[in-house]
Design a protein around this ligand. Structure first.
Ligand code: PEP
Ligand code: MN
Length: 382
């Protein structure tokens, strides 16, 4: 059960104290306080964990400071969509809004290889009005002898250049909780010129200790990649691990499933699950066409498979696109064969805009037939 408190309710206020102590004394119930800090207000939610069936929502709703009480089902208690659950979806981070109504493109380097590549990509992003990017510093590789990423040594120039080129948010994968401190320290040393969306990759999605550590911090929101060989339910539960530890600013990202049934693509493209994840949870849903397709192959119409699957995901309502670009893919140290070229960025972005327009028109069409679907927001960040 989730008890939503009135906005900006001070923890020292008598209303808060009275409500919190009443709930804390309920037998067999564990009480956890969770705060969502938005740009203008602080929202407090109290989670009641345990045998809540016999509790009366009406009684709890009369406690001082309580806005609303939501009875949640067993599945995805915090991030899930529950009956009568009108809680706002999404969050704002460093000037960028992430929700089930917005769309942000994160085009950038799969792996940072040199300062020059970072600069070239960020210049192109700035020229195309893009405030977000991806920059891999810590790379999880199948082969221990492959390039593992420059790690903390590249962070200061990546952040500095981001600040110079107007980049507000960088998606950056971490593979160990110590990387959080390295990123935080580098941001502090460079004057916090940008934001970081901490990425947890497909290989680490069931690294529960890493999930818990990332969930315990609130400096950074999280981009969680779907597990490539587990069920959707298991992947969504991994997201719930983050939220249950206190960080519910999570974007869930589809990236294809590992099976030869998807050949010749690197992974079986699973973007048909965009609306499914939006229905089951309140998380914004991203797609990663690069790791799904894994090549620069194109159809006879001249359009790259990466672009075709991107438009499929965006036309289905995706909220974030994570895509590999490189100024010189042949020289990329990781995943060069799937990287788009820097000069293809305007083409890619225009193709995304067309697909987003298609989604918005499809949404309006659905509303005209049903009159119930909520309105999507505008083309944020594209
Ligand atoms: C990546 O985005 O660089 C990556 C390694 O992705 P995934 O975890 O989906 O394989
Ligand atoms: Mn990669």
């Amino acid at each position: 059960m989730i008890v939503l408190l009135k906005s900006n309710l001070d923890e020292a206020s008598p209303e808060f104290q009275q409500t919190f102590s009443f709930l804390s004394q309920l037998p067999g119930i564990e009480v956890r306080l969770h705060q969502v800090r938005g740009a203008e207000q602080v929202l407090s939610e109290i989670y009641l964990i345990g045998s809540t069936k016999r509790l009366s929502t009406d009684e709890i709703a009369t406690l001082p400071g309580v806005e609303r009480v939501v009875r949640v089902s067993e599945e995805y208690r915090i991030l899930g969509r529950h009956r009568d659950d009108r809680r706002a979806v999404g969050f704002e981070y460093n000037g960028v809004t992430f929700s089930q109504d917005t769309l942000n493109v994160f085009a950038g380097l799969c792996a940072v290889d040199s300062r020059e590549s970072v600069e070239a990509m960020m210049t192109a992003l700035e020229e195309n009005g893009q405030p977000c990017t991806r920059m891999g510093a810590y790379k999880p590789r199948s082969n221990p002898y492959s390039f593992q990423g420059h790690g903390k040594t590249c962070l200061s120039y990546v952040f500095e250049l981001a600040g110079r080129h107007g980049i507000r948010v960088i998606a950056m994968e971490i593979t160990h909780e110590s990387h959080l401190d390295e990123i935080r320290t580098a941001l502090q040393e460079t004057g916090w010129p940008t934001g970081v969306l901490i990425q947890i990759g497909t290989r680490n999605i069931q690294n529960f200790e890493l999930l818990k550590a990332v969930g315990r911090q609130n400096d950074f929101p999280v981009l969680l990649k779907r597990g490539f060989g587990i069920t959707l339910n298991e992947s969504l539960n991994a997201a719930e691990y983050l939220a249950s530890e206190g960080n519910s600013r999570v974007v869930f990202c589809l990236r294809g499933m590992k099976t030869h049934l998807g050949d010749p693509h690197r992974n079986f493209v699973d973007f048909s699950h965009v609306p499914v994840v939006k229905r089951l949870t309140r998380m914004p849903v991203g797609i990663d066409p690069s790791h799904s397709v894994g090549s620069r192959d194109r159809a006879p119409d001249g359009i790259l498979d990466i672009m075709h699957v991107t438009s499929q995901g965006v036309a289905a309502g995706a909220n974030l696109v994570l895509v590999d670009f490189h100024p010189d893919p042949q020289k990329a140290l990781v995943d060069g064969p799937q990287a788009l070229k820097r000069e293809e960025l305007p083409w890619f972005l225009e193709d995304v805009r067309l697909a987003r327009e298609c989604y918005e028109r499809r949404h309006r069409l659905a509303r005209s037939f049903q009159d119930t679907a909520p309105t999507p927001g505008g083309l944020t960040g594209v």
